[in-house]
Write a protein that binds this ligand. Structure first.
Ligand code: GLU
Length: 306
């Protein structure tokens, strides 16, 4: 089967170098396997979306030399490529999960959850299952509840192209998670699985800050009888003080670097060197970087960098 990769930014601000590095490696992975590359805009959480950020992201990616075969301005057989336009797909899957009894309504407030979690033996950060046996999707006052996915108690093995394999007990270590909020918004965990599966994505390359989400997503793949993609979780880029870069505070925004006249070859060289793919100081285009490496070399150098 031909491979299919994707880059799936949230349009919440200008891309920083960490985002760009993930995009570069996702693109590289698909080019080195002669695969197709998708750009998907993850604009589900509308209140966090910044108008025009999608166009800026596309402009910055193209400036870096990255092209996609399917995407918002490109079309393709598995569109639409904006999550905000894919609600009917999410609803269908949600209905299926509901019919299988795999979701339940939850009316717990944050305060109630943290109170239950402060009990001895509670696993920190894990939803304590308060509403697990609740029937119906609204509370006594008729208020619609959030929907949680009922995790199985079976262990799950997570394999990664870069990170070491790990065994999880999702129901104890992760906890039933929200798939649809009370306001009707579908959660990232559900949307990303539906999209990657419907778009035929075979390789998910993203930051290791999402590695913990993988176990939730694998549980959904399993419940839906879908085969999951391969995961490549890349090291997260940090600033000089060891802090994670953030889109919201505009740290290391590529848009401002561009204004100062930096060349794309310099940025590609710096990003690739930061993962040990090329020597420091290299100046090269994304296409030249793809000519320098094989997929095996990419995998082994990323493992060393991780
Ligand atoms: N939209 C997510 C982000 O920008 C990425 C999700 C993913 O790659 O699975 O952080």
């Amino acid at each position: 089967m031909i491979s299919k990769g994707r880059y799936a930014p949230s349009p919440t601000g200008p891309l920083h170098r960490g985002n760009l590095r993930t995009a570069l490696i996702a693109w590289l992975q698909s080019r080195l396997t002669d695969g197709a590359f998708i750009l998907r805009i993850e604009d589900l959480d509308q209140p966090r979306v910044r108008a025009g950020s999608d166009l800026q992201i596309m402009d910055d990616l193209r400036w870096l030399g990255l092209e996609w075969d399917e995407g918002p301005d490109q079309g393709g057989s598995s569109g639409p490529y904006y999550q905000s336009q894919r609600g009917s797909s999410y609803q269908q899957v949600m209905d299926r999960l509901q019919e299988q009894g795999l979701t339940y309504g939850c009316g717990c407030s944050r305060k109630e959850i943290s109170k239950a979690l402060s009990a001895p033996h509670a696993n920190p950060g894990v939803y304590p299952g308060t509403c697990r046996n609740r029937a119906g999707t609204s509370n006594r006052e008729g208020r619609v509840l959030a929907h949680r996915f009922r995790l199985s108690s079976q262990p799950i093995r997570v394999v990664d192209e870069i990170l070491p394999p790990r065994r999880y007990h999702p129901s104890q270590e992760v906890g039933d998670f929200i798939v649809q909020r009370a306001d009707g918004l579908f959660a990232y965990q559900l949307a990303v699985v539906v999209d990657d599966a419907q778009m035929g994505v075979t390789d998910v390359v993203r930051g290791a800050d999402l590695a913990e989400s993988t176990v939730r997503q694998l549980s959904l793949y399993q419940a839906l009888g879908l085969s999951p993609p391969r995961f490549w979780h890349l090291p997260v880029m940090v600033d000089g003080e060891g802090r994670r870069l953030s889109k919201r505070d505009g740290s290391g925004s590529i848009t401002s670097d561009r204004k100062e006249g930096i060349s794309p070859e310099k940025v590609v060289g710096q990003l690739a060197a930061s993962l040990g793919l090329v020597p420091a100081g290299s100046l090269l285009s994304a296409v030249e970087l793809a000519e320098e490496l094989t997929i095996r070399q990419l995998r082994s150098r990323l493992r060393q960098a991780g």
